[in-house]
Design a protein around this ligand. Structure first.
Ligand code: ATR
Length: 268
């Protein structure tokens, strides 16, 4: 049977095995998908080992998304731009790396009806999660794309790294004072500590939407902030999780699964 896995550390609570099992059932594909705990020290040897064992594909999660790139024999342009790999495809010469996070994010925005084109868009945070969504955001041609962070250095580096694709205005959270945005995306990890980024006053324009790349308990602080901003619509990142998985599944199996029933299954 064709074998697939998600590798990460920790990985026991990953939803990927459930998601891919649901995709396989829905599309009548026969495959086995498991979660494998891999520490950073074990990463290179494990990748080689799984290749030798005949695994067809892997998903890569924290903390390996950046490190795995150097272990690929080829990498897609979008993974290189994102600076990270979340999907590995088996090839004769080793593992080929791709990144489906940005595609998954954009597909979720479309599914939700959150427009980007012509709107003022703010991304909170400038780490790996933020970097993964900047290419598709720029391609969707927002009126303005701002990336803010506690310190200016990381947003400035991102603006430089993406300047071939369009303009990103880097700034600190405090310098957002007085601005208004139509779409605010939380790409910080603050929610994982039960915190919300400290921001100056009203930032969301009337009718504006809020989206968090996190889901579950980590979503609560941003959701509360978004409600206080009178957001028209507020969404967590569970849809993105399923959409990035669907894009990986399609690369491996050549069939695109229907994401809506799987998102509903995870919410149930
Ligand atoms: P990820 O892969 O989740 O993006 P990361 O690369 O470590 O993780 O980036 C975490 C992001 O969340 C950073 O933008 C970080 O801001 P700093 O660069 O200023 O540290 C942000 N972040 C984490 N905790 C935060 C908090 N309590 N308040 C504000 N920003 C926070």
């Amino acid at each position: 049977m064709d074998r697939y896995a998600v590798i990460g550390h920790p990985v026991a609570h990953s939803k990927s095995p459930r998601i891919h099992a649901a995709f396989a059932q829905q599309t009548a594909q026969t495959l086995h998908y498991e979660a494998i705990a891999v520490t950073p020290a074990e990463l290179a040897a494990t990748l080689q080992n799984l290749h030798q064992q005949g695994y067809r594909g892997l998903n890569v999660t924290l903390p390996h998304k950046v490190a795995v790139m150097a272990l690929c024999t080829a990498v897609t342009d979008r993974a290189r731009q994102a600076g990270a790999v979340n999907t590995l495809i088996r090839a004769d010469d080793g593992w080929h790396g791709d990144n489906t996070d940005g595609e998954g994010f954009m597909r979720d925005l479309v599914r939700l009806g959150f427009a980007v084109t012509g709107r003022r868009v703010l991304v909170l945070g400038a780490g790996g999660a933020a970097r993964g969504i900047l290419e598709p955001l720029l391609r969707a041609q927002p009126a303005e794309l701002v990336v803010s962070n506690r310190t200016p250095w990381k947003p400035e580096a991102l603006a430089e790294a993406f300047k071939n694709l369009g303009r990103i205005r880097p700034c600190t959270h405090l310098a957002l004072k007085g601005d208004r945005y139509d779409l605010i995306i939380n790409a910080t990890s603050a929610g994982h500590d039960g915190r919300m980024v400290r921001l100056p006053g009203q930032l969301l324009a009337a009718g504006g939407d809020c989206y968090d790349l996190s889901y579950g308990e980590a979503f609560a602080p941003f959701a509360a902030w978004a409600r206080a901003q009178n957001a028209a619509r507020i969404a967590d990142g569970l849809g993105m999780l399923v959409e990035q998985a669907a894009a990986a599944f399609e690369r491996w199996r050549g069939v695109r699964p229907d994401t809506a029933p799987v998102i509903a299954l995870l919410r149930a």
